[in-house]
Design a protein around this ligand. Structure first.
Ligand SMILES: NC(=O)c1ccc[n+]([C@@H]2O[C@H](COP(=O)([O-])OP(=O)(O)OC[C@H]3O[C@@H](n4cnc5c(N)ncnc54)[C@H](OP(=O)(O)O)[C@@H]3O)[C@@H](O)[C@H]2O)c1
Length: 328
């Protein structure tokens, strides 16, 4: 893309869209050009708060604006598929929030359509671009903890009374797996790859979404990842990665920006902290910068969060549901 500025549109103006809009202002060359929210009052207030010149209360009307280069989809999970297809139809590059889709079949269609249109498409799995995650990957690649054999990835909290209604609503593709379990699975897939076997168990809510999901991923080389996500208990949101020579721990809120991670190479009680350079914002500016770099380079797919990465995530979540004998 031969441009000084890249013009962004935001589709769906809820909670994460506000953080995204704030972090967009930290990225050189990024312009928040348009937003769309079905709630007119919300759209106007959002546009005023983030100084957005073009405001719409209809998604398709925004997508008809030919000056928008890339659309950030920040709607609930159930809408990602249709919002992505519509944005691609209007010739926009797309950054779509996690979970990418409701299931792998939708993800395949989204990817195929983007490829047929030669348009950029990426899942907004922000953790992938955070400095501490990259430091963790470098440490593992250096061999300092040896071959990874065991992982424990946990993400759980009891939602506050003012938490978004989407968390528990079946029709909005709610439940802990797609919303927060996705991060625990992402960790296991990034470090250990596709599991050879999956076992899982779910506790369902009266609204027929998973309140809690426990997963065991096992690998033919003997490695195991234990992942848990829950809305019925508060957990330390940590990722523990242990190998034949040592371990790395990503401390609480492992999926979000961290200023340090822990490394142990002489027994479990003997650890040191590795500082990680993190500057500014909520941490979404790292993924935004990456998308901008891809667009400037004329890429239609990210090499850091590829279509195959998103597809494997969705296929794995489908398998987790299948193994738990739950169909929702
Ligand atoms: N990267 C992160 O750290 C992070 C954090 C939180 C969430 N997320 C992801 O971001 C996405 C949005 O999450 P959020 O917490 O921002 O959600 P949210 O505040 O509940 O809503 C997001 C938008 O979805 C639409 N929406 C919500 N409920 C709806 C309903 N009942 N019917 C029709 N449309 C509805 C609304 O669009 P309108 O504005 O058009 O009304 C709303 O603005 C999800 O995919 C979530 O997993 C990511």
């Amino acid at each position: 893309m031969n441009k000084n500025k890249i013009r962004w549109g935001i589709l769906g103006c809820g909670r994460i869209a506000r953080k995204f809009a704030a972090d967009l202002s930290l990225v050189n060359g990024a312009e928040l050009y348009a937003i769309a929210s079905h709630r007119k009052e919300n759209a106007l207030e959002f546009a005023s708060a983030y100084h957005v010149p073009f405001v719409y209360d209809d998604y398709e009307d925004m997508l008809k604006n030919e000056n928008i280069d890339v659309v950030y989809i920040a709607t609930t999970h159930n809408f990602h598929y249709e919002n992505t297809l519509l944005s691609l139809h209007y010739g926009k590059a797309v950054l779509c929030e996690k979970a990418f889709a409701e299931n792998a079949d939708q993800a395949i269609e989204m990817i195929q359509f983007a490829r047929s249109k030669k348009l950029f498409l990426m899942e907004a799995l922000w953790t992938r671009f955070l400095p501490h995650f990259i430091t963790m990957q470098e440490l593992i690649a250096s061999g300092i903890i040896g071959e990874v054999k065991t992982m424990m990835n946990a993400f759980g909290y009891i939602p506050a009374p003012d938490a978004p209604a989407r968390l528990m609503k079946k029709e909005l593709a709610g439940g802990s797996l797609l919303d927060i379990g996705v991060y625990t699975i992402f960790m296991a897939l990034q470090v250990l790859g596709k599991p050879d076997h999956i076992q899982s168990q779910m506790t369902m809510s009266p609204t027929e979404v998973d309140l809690q999901t426990a997963m065991i991923f096992s690998y033919n080389n003997g490695a195991v990842a234990q992942n848990i996500c829950t809305y019925q208990a508060n957990l330390a949101v940590e990722s523990f990665i242990s190998g034949t020579k040592g371990f790395i721990k990503l401390p609480h809120r492992f999926h979000a920006p961290l200023e340090f991670i822990e490394l142990g190479t002489h027994g479990i009680l003997n650890k040191k902290t590795i500082p990680v350079k993190y500057t500014g914002g909520f941490g979404l500016h790292f993924e935004i910068t990456h998308v901008m770099d891809c667009l400037y380079a004329g890429k239609t797919e990210s090499n850091m969060m590829s279509h195959a990465d998103s597809l494997l995530l969705m296929q794995t979540m489908d398998e987790v549901k299948k193994q738990a004998r739950v169909n929702f």
